[in-house]
Write a protein that binds this ligand. Sequence first.
Ligand code: NAG
Ligand code: NAG
Ligand code: NAG
Ligand code: NAG
Length: 501
Amino acid sequence: MLPFLAHGHLIPFLALARQIHQATGFKISIASTPLNIQYLSSTFNSSSDEPENDHIHLLELPFCSTDNDLPPNTENSENLSLDSIGKLLSASLSLRKPFHSLVSDIAAKQGHPPLCIISDVFLGWATEVASSLGTVNVTFATSGAYGTLASSSLWLNLPHRGRSDSDEFHLPGFPDSCRFHINQLHHFLRNADGTDSWSKFFQSQFSLSMQSFGWLCNTAEEFEPAGLEWLRNFVKLPVWAIGPLLPPIVLKNDYSSLSVAASGISTRRAGKKLEISIEKCMEWLESHSPASVLYISFGSQNRTSPSQMMELAIGLEESAKPFIWVIRPPVGFEPKSEFRAEYLPEGFEERMEKRKQGLLVRNWAPQLEILSHKSTGAFLSHCGWNSVLESLSQAVPIIGWPLAAEQAYNSKMLVEEMGVSVELTRGVQGSIDSKEVKRVIGLVMAKKGKGGDLRSKAMVIKEQLRASVRDEGEDKGSSVKALDDLIKTLQSKGQTINSIS
Ligand SMILES: *[C@@H]1O[C@H](CO)[C@@H](O)[C@H](O)[C@H]1NC(C)=O
Ligand SMILES: *[C@@H]1O[C@H](CO)[C@@H](O)[C@H](O)[C@H]1NC(C)=O
Ligand SMILES: *[C@@H]1O[C@H](CO)[C@@H](O)[C@H](O)[C@H]1NC(C)=O
Ligand SMILES: CC(=O)N[C@H]1CO[C@H](CO)[C@@H](O)[C@@H]1O
């Protein structure tokens, strides 16, 4: 397996490796740069006898960030501004040679090539490496079907500026009635014309990925029926919906938030150090009534502007709703620097603590534990795909504030196709004032009306997600069947290749 160099991609790749190993006993290798390998291995629990630790091999690809015009020790999108992510994209092309030698070495040692190579949709060149080494090339899109289709089609159908008289336009691959708005595109995409480095990268990687044997998508048939149908028509390839790739414990019907908390799953999934104990979060949640708390996090990649942060804080305070807010310094300040009280209204943190209205968590929170707690009633999210799946698997409706990547398309789908979200604003430039914050929070957290409607739709989706991964004897969910089908297909394809060679 070859994931792209970002946490949002590494996490579902590792989850997929575990799932394939559990279903088949196959030996799986994940190749990445040294720091990303170190990160992946930190999510392994060395003290446990989980069998996958022995069967999932983490293999290093040599990589030097400074040779690629990146800061020292930067091998992942996490510490990069959007502007430098362009450099990371180009740098990922340098992995081709070491990846080729790594797979040839494996093939030489085993006497045959691996059964297949599963590579990230952003690393389309790996499909050529796979076919040159006589193995099957499979593409994995770690996002949902709708978001993946929107990203692919947007890059492959440039330019978007001046596409139509209004700011709304039709995007190939989507039905006519589904309009995209120019402000759903980040500025690289808005200004792209096919000659800039971003366009060149994505056009060639998506085109190569579209010449692979088939795609895997981190979604489920019953969850994204339309998105999957449109994606299949667009790529003209088989697409196996094998998601949601979430830790099994949060997909069980008999889970309880306390067993999730005891499993320490968030820290292991994300490989992050928490600055607040899980117990303290749980205790705080226990002291509030069911579905009353708003959880707020913008993911690891991006942040809001200083003025947006201020308006959000004022609106939250005025809403009088309890909340847990994962805070990081706003855009314009060092992401890893100390969070300063002046980013927020005067005395905000003390007032929130005293009234038991708000808990501010620095940098990183035990997200799965919080979302699975009964007191959590809504999630104000950047709509990164992993967060979307984590929230909906717990029937928690969403307030969308997409910031980058394919988040705006995810947010659009959650509002238009699923009815489980209300969008508050978009991007770092998006306008937002405290009155609107208060209004939207009130709307979504209400037991009746729109809030009740969102909650009951989220409940249906939770059941769909759980049904798709059910695996009890004959009773197999759609995603379990899709994975079985993929394996069977690969095995028969592998036999054909071996008998030809
Ligand atoms: C690691 O696994 C052991 C044994 O299964 C368990 O007791 C421990 O809590 C786990 N640690 C983490 C951080 O998950
Ligand atoms: C991000 O930066 C921190 C320190 O600033 C460092 O410890 C960490 O390894 C970096 N992460 C990646 C993925 O490069
Ligand atoms: C992927 O493999 C197929 C054979 O299954 C081959 O026809 C195709 O050219 C390969 N794709 C690339 C980009 O090499
Ligand atoms: C830290 C970080 O990645 N910030 C970026 C967030 O996104 C905006 C554009 O949407 C960029 O300008 C920031 O650099």
